[in-house]
Design a protein around this ligand. Structure first.
Ligand code: SF4
Length: 750
C-alpha cells in the first residue's frame, strides 16, 4: 500500500504562478491548498486552483487517442492514431504543398514547458506560413510595441507593485484576472499594500470593475478611445513642461517626434471623443508626473481594440516621459532565469524586430513574430485558390469560441480535408478533428513558467516535477509534438523520438555556443551535452537554459543555479526584487529606447483621422465590450462544477438608462446584433457599466452538438465571438478587435 504524499507545484491555470501544496495518494488528488512557503505567492491561491482536483478526475477528459469515423469517435492506440495522421495529412501536403497546412496554438500552451520548448521543432518541420495563435486575440499589440521600442517581444515592463506609489490602470482588471502580462500572485494583497502605504490607484475603464471599485479613482472611457486619452496625457506633459525622463534622457531616441505627434491630441479636443473631461485628463497627467514613483499599466481592454499597438506604445511612452521606466517603483523589466531573449547575446544591442516577412494570402496582413492574425484563419480556409488551407493542427486551442466571427470559422472548419487536435476535451473546435491526441493530465507533467517569469513583478524561479505518475503507455506533450514533427519531416509515424530530442537540444546548444555574447560562447557542444546527461526532454532543455542564463552556473564556470538547484528548492528560488536594467536589457540596433518607431509613427495618422471623424460624427450604436470573471479564464474551465456553479454569469450587462430606453427588463432576453452575427442572451441591468456600452463575457457558448463537455453544456451561455468581426484588426499587430464592437440591442421576441 502506498502512503499519501505531499508535493509542491506551481499552479498552471493562469499567469499568477501561485505555489500549491498538493496531497496525493497514488494517482488520486486528495487536497489542494496554497503553499505557505512559496517564495512568490506565500500561500495565496484563488478558487480556480481547487478545480485542478475536479479536472484531474473529470470523466469528460480524453485519456486515449481518438479517431473520428463519420460522427463516431473510436478509441485507438497511439501508433494507430499517428498512422492515421500520416495517412490523412501527408497526401494533402504532397498534393497542395505546405501552404495547405495551418497550425493554431491556444493560450494554455504558454503555461506548458513542453509546448514552449518543442513547438519550434513542430513549426520547423511543418514549414507552413500559416501559424496562428491566441496571441492575436489577446496581447500581440504589447509584443509589437515592446519589440519596436526595446528590441524583443517579451521586453514588456511591468509595474513594480511593491514600491510604486501611483498606479494608472487602463483596460485591466487585475483583481479578477490576477494579473496579465504582469505575473503577480495575490494581486489583492499587493494593491491593498500599495494603498496602505499612501499610494493611489486610478482606473480607466468603460466598466466599474472590481479593481475600479477598490481604486481611489475610476473614470469611464468610451470603448476604443484609450489611445486618444493616452495621447492627451502625453500632450499635457509636453504642454505643461512636465516631461522629465531623468536618467533615461541619453538612452531615448525620438522624444521630439513624440512631442510633434501628440500636438493634435489636446485634452480639450479629446474629451468628447473619449468621454473624460479635459480637466480630469490634465489632473491625471499632473499626478502622474508629480508622483515620486508611478507606473502606467494597460492590458487586454487596450490591446483588443482598433488602436491596440498605439495604446500599448503610449503606455510605455508615458512611463518614459515621467522618468518612471526602469526605476524602482515605476515600470521595470524582470530578469528571468531562463529563456529570455533580452538576456541573450550582447547586452545593450541587438537586431531588433522585423515584421511582414510574408503576408496572409487573402487579406495581405503581415506576419508578426512568425504568426498570422487568428482573424484570418476562416478566410484562409474558405477562400478557394492556390495556398488555400486544407488541413489544420490545433494545440490546446478552442478558436471556435475564442476568435472573431465564430460562425464563419465553424463553417470553414467543416470544409477542412483533415484536422488533428491535441486536446483534453471534445469541444466546439475539436469536434471537427479527425484525430484527437490527449496530452497527459496537467499534474502528470513537469512545469516551469518559462514565459511568465519574464513578466514577473519579482524575480523568481520555481520548477515542479510531475506531481502524479503518468499512466503507463501515455505520451508526454513533448513526445507527442516530436511524433507529429517526425510525420511532418517525412520520417513516418514511428519516428525515433530519442533521436529527434537529441537533435532539438543539439540545435539549441549550437545556436548559443555560436552566439556572440552568449554565456556559453565557443564552448564544446559535446561537453555541454555530457554535463546535461542523463536528463532528456524538457528537463534537459530547461537545465541548459538555466545554466546558461543570467543566474546560471555556466556549466561549472561560476556559482549559480541549475535545474538541480531548483529541484532542491520545492518552494522556489527568490532571485530578488526587480533591478534597473537599461541599457543592458535593450536589443535595438541603435542600443537606445526607440520612442518613435517608424511603423508606429505612421499609424498615428490613422488615429488622427478617426479622431476627427469621431469628433464630428458621434456614434449612434451601442458598443460591446468583454468581461472577465474570477472563476473563468479558458473555455474548458466551464466544464468544472466548482467553477460554473451558482448564478448564471453569461449575461448582457447594460446600464439602467439604456435598459429603460430600450424597454429591457432584468432577467428577460435581449437580442444583440452586430455586422458578424446575432445572439440572444439574458439581460442583467447594472450601473457598473457605462451608458451606451454593453458587456458579454468570453469563452461561453457550449450548446453545440457533438461535443463531450457535459457540465459546460448545462451552463452553455452564448458565444460573444459570434458578434465580433473578423474584418476588424489592429493593422500593426493583426490583433482582433474585441472591444468597442458596434451592436444594436433590443428585447427578444417572446
Ligand atoms: S491566481 Fe492563477 S495561478 Fe494563482 S491559484 Fe488562481 S488560477 Fe492558479
Amino acid at each position: 500500500m502506498t502512503a499519501t504524499k505531499i508535493s509542491y507545484a506551481t499552479c498552471p491555470l493562469c499567469e499568477a504562478t501561485c505555489g500549491l501544496e498538493i496531497e496525493t495518494h497514488d494517482r488520486e488528488i486528495l487536497s489542494i491548498r496554497g503553499d505557505e512557503e512559496d517564495v512568490f505567492s506565500h500561500g495565496y491561491i484563488c478558487p480556480k486552483a481547487y478545480s485542478l482536483k475536479e479536472l484531474h478526475s473529470d470523466p469528460d477528459c480524453i485519456r486515449e487517442p481518438m479517431i473520428r469515423r463519420n460522427d463516431r469517435w473510436i478509441t485507438v492506440s497511439w501508433d494507430e492514431a499517428f498512422a492515421e495522421i500520416e495517412r490523412g495529412l501527408m497526401p494533402i501536403l504532397d498534393e497542395y504543398g505546405r501552404d495547405a497546412l495551418a497550425i493554431y496554438v491556444g493560450n494554455p500552451n504558454v503555461h506548458n514547458i513542453a509546448s514552449l520548448l518543442y513547438l519550434p521543432a513542430l513549426l520547423q518541420t511543418a514549414k507552413t506560413p500559416n501559424f496562428f495563435s491566441a496571441s492575436t486575440v489577446d496581447q500581440m499589440p504589447k509584443h509589437v510595441a515592446a519589440g519596436l521600442m526595446y528590441g524583443t517581444l517579451f521586453s514588456i515592463p511591468v509595474p513594480d507593485l511593491e514600491r510604486t506609489e501611483y498606479l494608472l490602470l487602463l483596460g485591466a482588471n487585475p483583481l479578477v484576472s490576477n494579473g496579465s502580462l504582469m505575473t503577480a500572485p495575490d494581486m489583492r494583497g499587493r494593491l491593498r499594500r500599495l494603498r496602505q502605504r499612501g499610494g493611489k490607484i486610478v482606473v480607466i475603464d468603460p466598466y466599474r470593475t472590481r479593481t475600479a471599485q477598490e481604486a481611489d479613482e475610476h473614470h469611464f472611457i468610451k470603448p476604443g478611445h484609450d489611445a486618444h486619452f493616452l495621447f492627451a496625457l502625453v500632450n499635457t506633459l509636453f504642454d505643461e513642461g512636465l516631461v522629465s525622463p531623468g536618467k533615461l534622457t541619453e538612452q531615448v531616441a525620438g522624444l521630439d517626434q513624440v512631442r510633434i505627434l501628440a500636438e493634435p491630441f489636446t485634452p480639450e479636443r479629446v474629451a468628447t471623443t473619449c468621454g473624460i473631461a479635459a480637466s480630469t485628463i490634465r489632473a491625471i497627467a499632473r499626478a502622474l508626473a508629480s508622483a515620486p514613483k508611478a507606473a502606467v499599466y494597460g492590458r487586454i481592454g487596450i490591446c483588443t481594440q482598433e488602436f491596440g499597438t498605439l495604446c500599448s506604445w503610449l503606455v510605455d511612452v508615458l512611463n518614459v516621459l515621467t522618468g518612471n521606466l526602469d526605476r524602482e517603483g515605476g515600470a521595470m523589466f524582470p530578469k528571468a532565469a531562463a529563456g529570455a531573449r533580452n538576456t541573450a547575446g550582447i547586452p545593450g544591442h541587438g537586431r531588433g524586430v522585423r515584421f511582414g516577412r510574408w503576408k496572409s494570402r487573402v487579406r495581405g496582413l503581415p506576419e508578426i513574430y512568425g504568426e498570422l492574425p487568428a482573424s484570418c484563419l476562416a478566410e484562409e480556409i474558405d477562400t478557394p485558390g492556390e495556398g488555400q488551407i486544407r488541413a489544420l493542427i490545433t494545440l490546446a486551442g478552442n478558436p471556435v469560441l475564442s476568435t472573431p466571427n465564430s460562425e464563419r470559422l465553424q463553417r470553414a472548419l467543416g470544409k477542412l480535408q483533415f484536422m488533428v487536435s491535441v486536446d483534453i476535451y471534445l469541444n466546439e473546435t475539436t469536434r471537427y478533428a479527425n484525430v484527437i491526441l490527449p496530452p497527459p493530465p496537467v499534474l502528470a507533467r513537469a512545469h516551469y513558467d518559462l514565459a511568465l517569469y519574464q513578466l514577473a513583478v519579482h524575480n523568481v524561479a520555481n520548477y515542479t516535477p510531475p506531481v502524479i505518475e503518468r499512466e503507463e503507455g501515455s505520451l508526454d506533450e513533448w513526445e507527442l509534438f516530436l511524433r507529429l514533427a517526425g510525420i511532418l519531416a517525412g520520417q513516418g509515424s514511428r519516428a525515433d523520438i530519442s533521436m529527434l530530442d537529441d537533435f532539438v537540444i543539439t540545435t539549441l546548444i549550437q545556436r548559443d555556443v555560436s552566439q556572440e555574447g552568449s554565456k556559453v560562447e565557443k564552448r564544446e557542444v559535446g561537453e555541454l551535452l555530457e554535463m546535461l546527461a542523463p536528463r532528456r526532454g524538457p528537463e534537459r532543455m530547461l537545465d541548459f537554459l538555466l545554466r546558461s542564463g543570467p543566474y546560471g552556473d555556466v556549466f561549472g564556470k561560476r556559482e549559480g543555479i541549475s535545474l538541480t538547484t531548483l529541484e532542491a528548492h520545492p518552494h522556489g528560488v527568490d532571485l530578488g526584487p526587480l533591478q534597473p536594467r537599461i541599457p543592458e536589457v535593450l536589443r535595438t540596433p541603435s542600443g537606445k529606447i526607440e520612442l518613435a518607431p517608424q511603423p508606429i509613427m505612421a499609424d498615428v495618422e490613422r488615429l488622427r483621422i478617426s479622431f476627427e471623424q469621431s469628433s464630428t460624427q458621434g456614434n449612434g450604436h451601442m458598443m460591446l465590450i468583454g468581461r472577465r470573471d474570477l472563476r473563468s479564464n479558458n473555455s474548458w474551465m466551464h466544464n468544472l462544477h466548482v467553477l460554473t456553479k451558482g448564478k448564471e454569469r453569461c449575461t448582457l450587462h447594460i446600464h439602467p438608462k439604456d435598459a429603460a430606453h430600450l424597454e429591457l427588463i432584468d432577467g428577460n432576453m435581449a437580442v444583440v446584433v452586430s455586422r458578424a452575427g446575432s445572439v440572444e442572451i439574458p439581460i442583467e441591468i447594472t450601473d457598473a457599466i457605462m451608458p451606451g456600452v454593453v458587456s458579454i463575457p468570453h469563452g461561453w457558448g457550449h450548446s453545440l452538438s457533438l461535443t463531450r463537455t457535459r457540465i459546460a453544456s448545462e451552463h452553455a451561455g452564448v458565444n460573444t465571438n459570434i458578434l465580433s468581426d473578423e474584418a476588424k484588426v489592429d493593422p500593426l499587430s493583426g490583433n482582433a478587435v474585441l472591444n468597442g464592437i458596434p451592436v444594436t440591442v433590443e428585447k427578444a421576441p417572446t
